[in-house]
Design a binder for this molecule. Sequence first.
Ligand code: HEM
Ligand SMILES: *[C@@H]1O[C@H](CO)[C@@H](O)[C@H](O)[C@H]1NC(C)=O
Ligand SMILES: *[C@@H]1O[C@H](CO)[C@@H](O)[C@H](O)[C@H]1NC(C)=O
Ligand SMILES: *[C@@H]1O[C@H](CO)[C@@H](O)[C@H](O)[C@H]1NC(C)=O
Ligand SMILES: *[C@@H]1O[C@H](CO)[C@@H](O)[C@H](O)[C@H]1NC(C)=O
Length: 327
Amino acid sequence: MSPLFTAFLLLAAMASAAPLRPEFYFRTCPEAELIVRKVMRKAMIREPRSVASVMRFQFHDCFVNGCDASVLLDDTSTMLGEKLALSNINSLRSYEVIDEIKEKLEKVCPGTVSCADIIVMAARDAVALTGGPDWKVKLGRQDSLTASQEDSNNIMPSPRANASLLIDLFARFNLSIKDLVALSGSHSIGQARCFSIVFRLYNQSGTGKPDPTIEPRYRQKLNELCPLGGDGNVTGDLDATPTTFDNVYFEDLVAGRGFLNSDQTLFTFPQTSEYVRLFSKDQHAFFKAFVEGMIKMGDLQSGRPGEIRTNCRVVNSRRPVDVHFES
Ligand code: HEM
Ligand SMILES: *[C@@H]1O[C@H](CO)[C@@H](O)[C@H](O)[C@H]1NC(C)=O
Ligand SMILES: *[C@@H]1O[C@H](CO)[C@@H](O)[C@H](O)[C@H]1NC(C)=O
Ligand SMILES: *[C@@H]1O[C@H](CO)[C@@H](O)[C@H](O)[C@H]1NC(C)=O
Ligand SMILES: *[C@@H]1O[C@H](CO)[C@@H](O)[C@H](O)[C@H]1NC(C)=O
C-alpha cells in the first residue's frame, strides 16, 4: 500500500466513525436480526403495547447525543442517567424487552451486537410486526460510556409543544417538516398518560379553557378518561387503532381527534397540515416518508468513543490492572 493511500485511510478514519451498513453483523452474528424479531414477536403476544414502547426508544435515544443507547443506562452514584429525565420518568417502558434481546444475543455472539443497534432493529420490527412497512436498517453503532439527564431535559419536546417549536427542534437534527410529520405518525401505535393531556383539556396555554381544536365528542371522551384532579397515570390510546401501524393517526388529526397537543398542532399549523392531509389520504406516501425519517434519525451519531455493552443498563466494568504485592 502506498504511503499516500495509507495516509488517506487514516484521515478518513479520523474524520468519521466507520459508516453504518446493513451487512455489519453478517459475518460476526448472522442470526442477530432474526433473534431481535423473534423476541419482539413474543413481547407483542405477551403485551401488544410493548412493541410501541420499544419503538419509542429510538426517538429518545437518537435525539440525545446520537443513537448510542445512552437512554438505557441506569443511574449510578456518579451519573444521573436519562431514565428519570422529564420526558422519560414514569413514561418510557419495556426496558425488559431490550434486556431479553440482549441476553439472547450475548449467548449466541457474545460482545458483538451493540445495544444502540438493538434499539434500531427493534424499532423497525415494532413497525413491521404491527402492519407497517419493513425496511433494511443500517448497523454498526457503538454504545455510549455515559448518559445525560440534563441533555435529555433540554432536548426532548413536551407534549404541549406546538408545530413551530417542533419544526425548529427537528431542523436541528437536519430533519425536515415532512420528516417531523411522518415520524409523528409513530403515534399510530401505543398509549399516553392523562398527565400528558390534562393541561389541554382544562387549561390550554393558561387560558383556563380547553384546547378549542379538540372535536367535541372526542373531548367528552377524554374528559371522562382524564377528569380534572384524576389519576395522571391512567392511559389512553394515541389513535383509534393503537395496535396497528397505519395512517388512521392522520385521519384522526384531520377529524380533530389527536390525543396529544403535539399531535393535533400538526393539523392546526399551515406548515405541517398539508402533510397531515396527504398522509391521511395516502398510506403509501406515509409509509415511504416514515421509513426515510427513521433512517435519517438512525444516522444521528454522537462522535464519541463507545463500546459494545454486555448489559444494556450498565457500561462494561473496566477491571483495574492487577497489582501483586509480594511479602
Ligand atoms: C414530535 C414530537 C414528539 C412528541 C412531543 C412526543 C411525545 C410523546 C408523549 C408525551 C408520549 C406519551 C408519554 C406518556 O404520556 O407517558 C409519547 C408516546 C409515544 N411516542 Fe412520541 N413524541 C414525539 C415524537 C415521537 C417519535 C419521533 C417517535 C418514534 C419514532 C415517537 C414514538 C412514540 C410511541 C411509539 C409512543 C407510545 C409509547 C407507549 O405506548 O409506551 N414519538 N410521545
Ligand atoms: C409555539 O410555542 C412557543 C413555545 O411555547 C411559543 O413561544 C410560540 O409563540 C408558539 N408559536 C405560535 C405560533 O403559537
Ligand atoms: C446537519 O447537516 C449539516 C450540513 O450537512 C452538518 O454539518 C451537521 O453536522 C448536520 N447535523 C446533524 C445533527 O446531523
Ligand atoms: C392555568 O394556567 C395558568 C398559567 O399556567 C395558571 O396561572 C392558572 O392558575 C391555571 N388555571 C387553572 C384553572 O388551573
Ligand atoms: C404515577 O405513578 C408513579 C409511580 O407509582 C408516581 O410516582 C407518580 O407520581 C404518578 N404520576 C402521576 C402523574 O400521577
